[in-house]
Write a protein that binds this ligand. Structure first.
Ligand code: NAD
Length: 494
């Protein structure tokens, strides 16, 4: 990819070459070096934050309608470049072209369109007379410069989920994408600029997490840090933000359970489990990773899932017939393979998969594991690969308790034809999203975000405005009497 011959930093409306060294980015599906990515120095980062701070007064002063119009123009421009964005997303992640063009890019464009509309509904409480002769109103105000940090699994969508609610609400932003996948975030900012968004509203800096990421979180002009990534780094971001009492928004890891109750449609549940565990090669924070299946269905479910997994075509992500592309890197594949190997050493059995096909890239087969203990690493820790572990249960109480026996709480699904059980699962499973007879679908109108170690704060939906706005109470007295009765509690009226 030579698209960024003018550098990998998008600051104040134009590209520049970072002055903080460089890094050879590898195409994970081929193992070949794709490009040399320049890194931002702290000086480059300061320039980006300054550009965002300078753009803030004018951008936050636009009417919601004017910001909305910018976003609508942006959506049209993105649609015109959808093929280019999809090709770049596949080239940098190794995910299938089918997923990039059918999910990542249209999902992002839909988000832009959603926030173009939502920008006009940034409402506070209109008015109310709560304290005698006075009227209260609530203003929702932009916060200022937002520093956002995104992961590599859905690079464009994760960037969009951070950028869009922030700018729709009147903030400006400095985004640091993962250094492994900077391309589509840069192109996103470039297209926004070409569509007419003012310089400095969206800035992208590319660099390492330890240096540029930490400096972005700590920067005094950055008023809020929003982060999507691993739980370990999210905790570090929170600790750094605490040094200055900075606001944080954290979307962290997941370990989604999938419960198959006794009355479930096994065929539907098996299809849902295969798609839900292998989407994006399992590198999805909401991927189905632990299935709890009623003991009466255990054999039928595992046999069907194994059979379906074995039909999956793993390989060249550009081919239309390929179902699953590569993982993000050889190092990540080693991590996934090691976790599977340790599960087997601890007594689990691999029913299918459990290894890599004979290909140059970082591929790993869809893998089904049984016989693992509930407290084992493979059931408790995030694996972020195409691996599903299945455990049996006997009672409904037990199924829900096992699903909740996790540090994480991002997403979950329950499969049943009993409406009472569906409602119970929806209420009792500790997760930010519970699907019934589905696993994975997300929509721009609905919030996405976790409980417990999966973080807090919501992406997408108008709930995300809670994160990116300050809520202010303005009280206007219309009492013309100089002597206010409440003042007697402080000093007697004279
Ligand atoms: P990661 O935590 O390693 O990196 C995420 C980002 O943080 C990258 O841009 C990285 O450069 C940066 N970073 C690393 N160290 C940093 C530091 N010390 N200070 C500041 N920034 C730092 O995560 P990853 O491997 O890129 O992504 C996978 C993780 O993301 C998984 O845990 C997955 O569950 C999670 N994720 C969560 C959601 C969600 O919505 N909850 C969505 C997608 C991915």
């Amino acid at each position: 990819m030579t698209a960024f011959s003018h550098g990998h930093q998008f600051i104040n409306g134009s590209y520049r070459t970072g002055t903080g060294g460089s890094f050879p980015r590898v195409n994970p599906a081929t193992g070949a070096i794709a490009e040399e990515v320049d890194y931002a120095s702290i000086r480059d980062l300061n320039d980006a934050v300054q550009a965002a701070a300078s753009a803030f007064p004018a951008w936050s002063s636009l009417t919601p309608g004017e910001r909305s119009e910018h976003l609508l123009n942006f959506a049209v421009a993105l649609t015109a470049r959808a093929d280019e964005l999809a090709a770049m997303e596949t080239a940098q992640t190794g995910k299938t072209a089918r997923l990039s063009s059918g999910f990542d890019i249209p999902g992002t464009i839909d988000n832009v369109n959603f926030f173009a509309g939502a920008a006009r509904h940034l409402q506070g409480l209109a008015a109310g007379d709560y304290a005698g002769k006075s009227t209260s109103m609530v203003r929702r105000e932009a916060i200022g410069v937002i520093g956002s940090i995104a992961p590599w699994n859905y690079p464009l969508q994760m960037a969009a989920w951070k950028v869009l609610p922030a700018i729709a609400a009147g903030n400006t932003i400095v985004l640091k994408p993962s250094e492994l996948t900077p391309g589509t975030s840069l192109l996103f900012a470039q297209i926004a600029s070409e569509a007419g968004l003012p310089d400095g509203v969206i800035n992208v800096v590319v660099g390492s997490g330890q240096e540029v990421g930490e400096a972005l979180v700590r920067h005094p002009l950055v008023k809020m840090s929003s982060f999507t990534g691993s739980t370990a780094v999210g905790r570090r971001v929170m600790a750094m933000a605490a040094e200055s009492g900075k606001r944080v928004h954290l979307e962290l890891g997941g370990k989604a359970p999938l419960i198959v109750f006794q009355d479930a449609d096994v065929e539907a549940a098996a299809h849902g489990a295969v798609a839900g565990s292998t989407i994006n090669a399992g590198q999805d924070c909401t991927a189905a990773t632990r299935a709890y299946v009623h003991s009466s269905l255990f054999g039928a479910f595992t046999a069907r899932v194994a059979a379906l997994m074995e039909t999956m075509v793993v390989g060249d992500p550009l081919l239309e017939d390929t179902d699953m592309g590569s993982l993000i890197s050889q190092a990540h594949r080693t991590k996934v393979a090691s976790m599977v190997d340790r599960a087997v050493a601890a007594g689990a059995t691999v029913l299918t998969g459990g290894g890599a096909p004979d290909l140059a890239g970082a591929f790993y087969r869809p893998t089904l594991i049984v016989g693992a203990a509930q407290d084992s690493e493979i059931v408790q820790d995030e694996i972020f690969g195409p691996v599903l572990v299945v455990l049996p249960f006997e009672t409904e109480d037990q199924a829900i308790a096992l699903a909740n026996d996790s540090a994480f709480g991002l997403a979950a699904s329950a499969w049943t034809s009993n409406v009472h059980l569906a409602m119970r699962a929806g209420a009792e499973i500790e997760a930010g999203c519970v699907w019934i007879n589905e696993h994975i679908p997300i929509v721009s109108e609905m919030p996405h975000g976790g409980f417990k170690s999966s973080g807090f704060g919501k992406d997408m939906s108008s709930y995300s405005f809670e994160e990116y706005t300050n809520v202010k109470h303005v009280l206007i007295s219309h009492d013309t009497d100089i002597h206010k009765e409440w003042q007697n509690t402080v000093f007697k009226q004279r």
